[in-house]
Design a protein around this ligand. Structure first.
Ligand SMILES: Cc1cc2nc3c(=O)[nH]c(=O)nc-3n(C[C@H](O)[C@H](O)[C@H](O)COP(=O)(O)O)c2cc1C
Length: 329
């Protein structure tokens, strides 16, 4: 099975990071439509999934045909996590990823996410239970450690590999940093040296050039990209071409990017229903507008409008954003 994961990342070395509130079915579909082979779900709390609370299952449901998904789970109870993993496997997950990196107080306070980096024994038990429960490969996403005094990612990864983890994604910051400072790409290399399974390097990759650079600095097998894909779901495929030494697909034309936004909008409404869908997709429309260099007034109109579909459709028809906004206003 390990060869399968190795082959997967060798063939497709750039993946979309798990991001709560962002990498839902609609956004994953948009990223996949540009050729990214693997996209991670939002973190799904295993306890909520089992108790069917807060729409947890919606977070990993794959409404877009053809999307290859890794489902990320969070939890601290081995039995609950294993059962949630079985549900994720049944949903079609290609990989089950365990979150050991989330820095949020709410998550860490419940001994989940990056708090697990300070509980290596519990981390081992969680991995063991999930590996035993499912037949798909199990991966772990972690940070460098809790803080600079305890950068234990290499030793923890080594221990978790012994329990059957088949790949790691490492965000090059400590928990104490949250999102401050710069990701330490070199230190990710220490995790790579400690294990024999693939390592994905993560943190601050926003361009094809720095996707190549993070691989050089870390020696990792692949790259995981989060915020760099906001408002440009095509970026993952561009970075992938770059790291594979292929010619980089150009940015889509203005009409094409708005068509992508419109398709994304429809997918969100289909996934969540109209009311919730419109609320959830709003931030993405803001990011599309920002990346397109749209004026502040157009951006506001897209984000604030109760029903931005007409405006999106006009933009997708190929006329200039400002022109369309003037007419629609
Ligand atoms: C809005 C947001 C939500 C996130 N949610 C998750 C999550 O659910 N699970 C996780 O492992 N990491 C999560 N992360 C962390 C990202 O996966 C990634 O590690 C981090 O953003 C650094 O990568 P980047 O610089 O490419 O964005 C989140 C990050 C952001 C910005």
């Amino acid at each position: 099975m390990s060869t399968t994961v190795k082959e997967l990342f060798r063939a497709q070395p750039v993946v979309l990071a798990p991001m709560a509130g962002v990498t839902d079915a609609a956004f994953r579909g948009a990223v996949s439509s540009y050729g990214a082979a693997l996209v991670y779900s939002e973190m799904v709390a295993s306890k909520e999934l089992l108790s069917d609370r807060k729409g947890a299952a919606l977070r990993f449901r794959n409404t877009q045909a053809g999307t290859r998904i890794a489902i990320q789970l969070a939890g601290r109870d081995p039995n609950v996590l294993a059962e949630a993993a079985l549900m994720a496997e049944a949903e079609g997950a290609l990989l089950i990823d365990i979150n050991m990196g989330c820095p949020a107080k709410k998550v860490v306070g419940g001994l989940c996410g990056s708090a697990l980096m300070r509980e290596p024994q519990l981390a081992r038990e969680l991995v063991r239970a999930v590996v035993k429960a499912v037949s798909v490969p199990v991966t772990v996403k972690m940070r460098l450690g809790w803080d600079d005094a305890d950068r234990n990612a290499p030793t923890l990864a080594k221990a978790l590999q012994e329990e059957g983890v088949q790949a790691f994604a490492v965000h090059g910051r400590t928990r104490a940093q949250f999102y401050d400072g710069c990701a330490d790409w070199q230190f990710i290399g220490e995790v790579k040296s400690a294990v024999s399974v693939p390592v994905l390097a993560n943190g601050d990759v926003t361009t094809a050039a720095n996707a190549i650079q993070i691989l050089k600095d870390s020696g990792a097998d692949g790259v995981m990209v989060g915020r760099g894909a906001f408002g440009r779901p095509w970026a993952i495929a561009q970075m992938q071409a770059a790291v594979r030494g292929q010619s980089i697909p150009p940015d889509p034309s203005s009409a094409e990017r708005w068509q992508t936004a419109l398709t994304h909008y429809h997918a969100a409404l289909e996934h969540y229903g109209v009311e919730l869908g419109r609320r959830v997709v709003r931030k993405h429309l803001g990011w599309y507008a920002e990346r397109a260099g749209a004026s502040r007034s157009l951006r506001t109109a897209l984000v604030r409008s109760i029903d931005p579909e007409f405006l999106l459709a006009q933009l997708a028809s190929g006329r200039s954003a400002e022109e369309e906004f003037e007419e629609a206003a």
